[in-house]
Design a protein around this ligand. Structure first.
Ligand SMILES: [Zn+2]
Length: 166
């Protein structure tokens, strides 16, 4: 049980990257305290992080990975957040907007359960989650007004990207 801090879970993704919180570092669960189930889920998430980074040629910064209850409450996460089981990750890039990465994932046919690109005014990050079963492959955006919108075509994404241009 548990994983060393410096274990590489996927190319360029280390265990310590997935137990992070900029705002509440004292609530983070270090990798050596992960359960086997959490470690399994986080290894799958790490593979997706590496894959998505490769699509745009820039490794993302992981802003949130595993959250146990105290951390999830501190950051205002949903009671049923998939971060609680290590099946979700939040990512940010310095040279790419989340909507650009969403488009690259669409074009590559990246298989995830759910991915959400946030409007720059809503954090500008990306949430990715994985399921244990058949992935739903939901591609969504969270708009400036806080609404969630399902992207059903490539055009949906390119139109949203144009609308979000600064
Ligand atoms: Zn998230």
């Amino acid at each position: 049980m548990g994983v060393p801090d410096d274990a590489m879970l996927a190319p360029g993704v280390w265990a310590c990257d997935l137990s992070v919180s900029a705002s509440h570092p004292h609530f983070v669960t270090p990798p050596e305290h992960w359960t086997d189930a959490e470690a399994d889920n986080l290894a799958r998430i790490a593979a997706v992080v590496a894959q998505v980074g490769g699509l745009v040629g820039e490794r993302p910064r992981i802003t949130s990975g595993l959250r146990r209850v105290a951390l999830n409450q501190a950051v205002g996460g949903s009671r049923h957040s998939w971060h609680l089981t290590g099946r979700a990750v939040d990512l940010a890039w310095s040279r790419h907007a989340a909507i650009d990465v969403l488009l690259a994932m669409w074009d590559a046919g990246t298989v995830v359960d759910d991915v959400i690109a946030y409007h720059p005014d809503r954090g500008g990050h990306m949430h990715i989650q994985l399921d244990g079963g058949i992935p739903r492959r939901r591609y969504r955006v969270r708009d400036a007004d806080g609404s969630y919108q399902l992207m059903v075509s490539r055009d949906d994404i390119t139109r949203t990207r144009e609308r979000w241009q600064p």
